[in-house]
Design a protein around this ligand. Sequence first.
Ligand code: NAD
Ligand code: TYD
Length: 356
Amino acid sequence: MIFVTGGAGFIGANFVLDWLAQSDEPVINFDKLTYAGNLNNLASLKGDARHIFVQGDINYGEKVAALLAQYQPRAILHFAAESHVDRSIHGPAAFVNTNINGTFSLLEASKVYWQNLPEPQKSAFRFLHVSTDEVYGTLSAEDPPFSETTAYAPNSPYSASKAASDHLVRAYHHTYGLPTLTTNCSNNYGGYHFPEKLIPLMITNARSGKDLPVYGDGMQVRDWLYVNDHCSAIRRVLEGGRIGETYNVGGWNEQSNLSVVHILCDLLDQLQPKANGSYRDQIKHVTDRPGHDRRYAIDARKIEKELGWKPTETFETGLRKTVAWYLANDEWVSQVQSGDYLKWVSLQYNKNAEVA
Ligand code: NAD
Ligand code: TYD
């Protein structure tokens, strides 16, 4: 079986669902259930004996150690993190606590577990760390995309904490021999995406008649990766990745934020037209994010060449599926848009004066 951390979050839940759709190998899903963790993401696995959910914090090393001893997983896939840049600007402590200290505790428990495994389980064991392209910092329009050898230059508390976790993973491989693999991927999108991030926020705000808050001029560029393509990349790296290596995962799909919002509005205009006008009328330029990285772009040739992985969705097909998912899942949306979510929206957006 495999041990997944953060499997109730956006990417983790998509990964668990995808994994169990393709194989019968059981999953221990260890998740703290922060505001971003949502058991509704896993509702379709109710009663499925292949999915064992355990609520807990990766900082609680003894609990992790006990679970590893009990279930003897062949791999640990580490998704758990605080993941939202804007939240890291308001409250960086949680990011240091989970992304750095939590990853350290998890590595310690994993190292002891791995060291005591008999052969051949010891040689087959893998620790796969899921990270981000944001550790590489920002690019200008002319720069080549990030490769695995680009120097780390994180700019936000979020990316700095992820960079620190990547360094710890690297150190546990080089110092102790822990068989690690690291993936650095670009911005994911798809179903079950918490509506604090750009794409789900724009879809849900558009549909409820609210402003579509574009930071600054909206010309910041991101590479977009459909979440199921990310899941297939992780499976491929787990299966065939070289121990100690890092793999960049991207969608070969650079878009400015404004262009993403325009495409979403146009899709909604087609799929759920408003009585009057276009969803584009709701776009509002608001105060920019402090320290906002201008451009991310991923050179994904290494994973393509070494492991034969390529994304299967284009932005057009992936966004269509994503918008359709949100249109079909009103109940999921209304459940997550409560409590902490409302507090966050008020903190983040009420202060953002309109600039254009
Ligand atoms: P998410 O915020 O949606 O989910 C994170 C999950 O981790 C939640 O279920 C949460 O409850 C859990 N968690 C948080 N702190 C925990 C702790 N201390 N112990 C145990 N569980 C804890 O995040 P996501 O978007 O699914 O991202 C998953 C991973 O992928 C993260 O490591 C993130 O840095 C990385 N990543 C995400 C993106 C993206 O576009 N979403 C892009 C690149 C990399
Ligand atoms: P986000 O989804 O938060 O991902 P990240 O910051 O990790 O790339 O944001 C994606 C881009 O969209 C980023 O450049 C910030 C921008 N953005 C907005 O313009 N408005 C918003 O309300 C949000 C949440 C993001």
